[in-house]
Design a protein around this ligand. Structure first.
Ligand code: BES
Ligand code: MN
Ligand code: ZN
Length: 500
């Protein structure tokens, strides 16, 4: 979608459709009131008729509204004004975009003054509108032979500003929203692609493709032989059970000063998790194609960084493998040696994410990171604890944890902190190795984080368990692209260029 901004006289604005907000109890936004006046109370009469009440998600398309030059006016409901939140804004916008996208209108003018959530500002509002629009028009139909695409899709949104001085802020909000939206879309598509297409090699190729988009980005891909030399025995033990070779994807983005320490983000890139010899049950096993969504989010964030040319140094790392049963696969009881030298008893081959991540964590030491964040669809236990609305956040660094939580709140891509305490560590005791790869019953998401913690002692570190957040199930099955929005907000804030 294309976006632009305009200010001036709304009454002279030619457009196929003008979109204005209305809150419950028929409360029109300032621009709504303006159009109402131009049309001699046409909107008020529709509202009085009860055609639209201003409830959240409600909308009403009006044709041939007198006194204006636009062909249509779309009223979108925002619910009660005092309860208006960014989440509701996105919901209202998604409803409007859905309607417009399926109709004949290809360009629309959004009038959003007075349709701003409290303390969200023009920047936050427009950025959210853009990300919500990108989210709504996203489609994944490249594998259908005859996709049902909208006949006349919406192509352009113009934001009508009441004040010319808002122009630069608006343009920045649009640029940021678009970059986030595109990063989210990339993460969604990689997630939605099936395991027979999106293999470790495919992910590596996509990362190389990103590398060709910017001179600031260098992508390198470590092959199994190189991982062997580095002593990545944990990661390689997982890929031994698969015919697809493992890849360690390393994307170095240099946008900041040469001596600035980079932020490292590490995403689990398990392109299909059958569980290995500890095979998963058949029901919904197809969803384990989504076990690379952490890795996909890293590519999405790197894409946004390139797009915005962020003045920051960032390293994106994606350890990628499949986890399948095979004659050469890990067996329960096997003991492997990680790159850190610590030995691990693999009591359950389905706890493979931590095995590939621990070597990637050790590998990241070489970048002398300012902070490391890993992102992983790590545990079913996290889904039990938090469901799909929040990613689980674990960190022993309170300042870093607060920074991530704030980025989640501001972007609407929220995380919730769970305990990372030494008390849980003895659940990982093993009689035969330095640790086991599972923590027994109780607090499965916490013990998984505790496992990773043992490999993250040399830098500031946080772990995001996105097992619940990364994809939707049921009728609306599909990747969500989370937590790209959280992470980009985190980086924008670190660069000092987010107004949120
Ligand atoms: N990829 C899964 C975690 C997962 C399961 C995410 C379901 C989303 C939905 C991970 O590799 C896994 O299998 N974890 C095990 C760990 C257990 C064996 C300690 C789990 O959660 O069951
Ligand atoms: Mn698993
Ligand atoms: Zn897994």
């Amino acid at each position: 979608m294309e976006y632009s901004v305009k200010s001036g006289d709304l009454s002279k604005q030619r457009a196929a459709c003008v979109v204005v907000g209305v809150f419950s109890r028929r409360l029109l936004s300032p621009e709504g009131k303006f159009i109402d006046k131009l049309s001699n109370g046409y909107l008020t009469r529709r509202l009085k008729n009860g055609d639209v009440m201003g409830e959240i998600g409600q909308s009403l398309m009006l044709h041939e509204v007198p006194g204006i030059r636009a062909d249509r006016v779309l009223l979108i409901g925002g619910g009660r004004q005092k309860d208006f939140t960014p989440a509701r804004l996105k919901k209202a916008v998604a409803a409007a975009i859905g309607l417009l996208n399926s109709g004949p209108v290809v360009e629309a003018v959004f009038c959003l003054s007075g349709f701003e959530p409290a303390n969200h500002g023009l920047y936050g509002t427009l950025r959210d509108v853009v990300t919500a629009a990108e989210d709504r028009v996203y489609r994944f139909d490249e594998l259908k032979s005859d996709p049902e695409a909208p006949k006349r899709p919406l192509r352009r949104l113009t934001f009508f500003l009441s004040d010319r001085r808002q122009l630069t802020t608006a343009e920045r909000a649009i640029a940021h929203g678009k970059a986030i939206g595109q990063g989210v879309s990339l993460a969604k598509t990689l997630g939605n692609l099936p395991g027979n297409i999106c293999t470790p090699s495919y992910l590596a190729d996509q990362a190389k493709k990103l590398g060709r988009r910017s001179r600031k980005l260098r992508t390198k891909v470590l092959e199994e032989a190189q991982m062997q030399e580095l002593g990545m025995g944990a990661l390689l033990s997982v890929s031994r059970g698969s015919r697809q070779p493992a890849k360690l994807i390393v994307m170095e983005y240099r946008g900041g000063k040469a001596n600035n320490k980079p932020v490292v983000i590490i995403g689990k890139g398990l392109t299909f998790d059958a569980g290995g010899i500890s095979l998963k049950p058949a029901a919904a096993m197809d969803e384990m194609k989504y076990d690379m969504c952490g890795g996909a989010s890293v590519l999405g964030v790197v894409s946004a960084c390139i797009e915005l040319e962020l003045p920051i140094n960032l390293v994106g790392i994606v350890p990628s493998s499949e986890n399948l049963p095979d004659g050469d696969a890990n067996k329960p009881g096997d003991i492997v040696t990680s790159m850190s030298g610590q030995t691990i008893e693999v009591l359950n081959t389905d706890a493979e994410g931590r095995l590939i991540l621990c070597d990637a964590l050790t590998y990241s030491e070489r970048f002398e990171p300012a902070a490391v964040i890993d992102i992983a669809t790590l545990t079913g236990a996290c889904v039990v604890a938090l469901g799909k609305h929040a990613s689980g956040l674990f960190s022993d660094d309170d300042a870093l944890a607060e920074e991530i939580l704030a980025a989640g709140t501001k972007s609407g891509d929220r995380a919730w902190r769970l305990p990372l305490w030494e008390d849980y560590q003895n659940q990982l005791d093993s009689n035969f190795a330095d640790m086991a790869n599972i923590g027994g019953s109780g607090a499965g998401a916490v013990t998984a984080a505790c496992f990773l913690w043992r490999f993250a002692k040399k830098f500031k570190w946080a772990h995001l368990d996105i097992a619940g957040a990364a994809w939707d199930t049921g009728k609306e099955k599909g990747a969500t692209g989370r937590p790209v929005a959280l992470l980009v907000q985190f980086l924008l804030k670190r660069c000092g260029i987010s107004s949120l």
